[in-house]
Ligand binder design. Structure first.
Ligand SMILES: Nc1ncnc2c1ncn2[C@@H]1O[C@H](COP(=O)(O)OP(=O)(O)OP(=O)(O)O)[C@@H](O)[C@H]1O
Length: 234
């Protein structure tokens, strides 16, 4: 079964061409990151609001590093990452409240239930516990795992954990959603579900960036930025 959510096609230079470079979105300008060696080298790219951008590249090409700088987890060695004119690096390594991540390593708390893992993302932002729990259940349902809400995360399969991580990232309704390989453990049907949800987030105006190795995911995105050895090659 092919993905039921084909995008308009991710053309060459999709991350750059044909758009106002100053439009709403996440703007990275001449970003370089050095940690022993140069991991990102003079990267300038725009992730526009309302679009899903695929970030592809071989393993080790710098995708996670780029997402981390884009979302304010890491300070660039030089250059800037700005969300609508505001630097995402706030000096602490905490992301802006407008930014949500789906992390490649999930970052779930193993002894908490799936619902609790999703709920805490909202509670941390000040949502009342009962409302957060209700929204968490709805978010789990978006990814087809409503029945797993009470299960401890350490009892779940890799793919189930990945869907909990997706629910936790998506539940916030953030202005910026940065998803690092969110479909790597999923079968084709569940990959289609995640792609549809990514498109929903963009449709409500969010900046959505998805790091991926999967050509089917790239094809389903609106735009495509490719990295190789820390440089943008497409
Ligand atoms: N804190 C760090 N210090 C030194 N090197 C690092 C650090 N973090 C990542 N690296 C290296 O930087 C390079 C880019 O890593 P990164 O995780 O960004 O790549 P990636 O494209 O996301 O890879 P993958 O597809 O395997 O997840 C790799 O060679 C990695 O070993």
């Amino acid at each position: 079964m092919s993905t039921p959510f084909p995008g308009p096609g991710a053309g060459p230079l999709g991350g750059f061409s044909g758009r106002d470079p100053h439009g709403p979105g996440l703007h990275l300008e001449a970003v370089t990151y050095v940690a022993g060696r140069t991991l990102l080298d003079d990267v300038s790219v725009v992730f526009p609001a309302g679009k899903v951008t695929a970030l592809s590249g071989p393993s080790g090409s710098g995708k996670t590093t780029l997402l981390s700088i884009a979302g304010g987890l890491l300070q660039p060695t030089s250059g800037t990452a700005e969300l609508d004119g505001r630097e995402t690096w706030t000096g602490s390594g905490d992301p802006l409240p407008e930014v949500a991540f789906v992390l490649q390593v999930y970052g779930l708390v193993p002894i908490l239930s799936a619902r609790e893992n999703v709920s805490i993302a909202l509670r941390a932002r000040g949502t009342a516990p009962a409302d957060a729990d209700e929204a968490a259940e709805a978010a789990l349902a978006r990814f087809g795992i409503a029945d797993l809400g009470e299960r401890q995360v350490e009892e779940l399969s890799g793919g189930q954990m990945q869907r909990v991580a997706c629910a936790r990232g998506f539940v916030v309704g953030a202005d910026v959603l940065l998803a690092d390989e969110p479909t790597s453990e999923l079968d084709e049907g569940n990959r289609g579900v995640v792609l549809a949800e990514l498109r929903e987030e963009a449709a409500r105006g969010a900046v959505v960036v998805v790091a991926t190795h999967d050509p089917a995911v790239v094809d389903a995105c609106d735009l495509h930025v490719a990295l190789d050895e820390g440089r943008v090659v497409q």
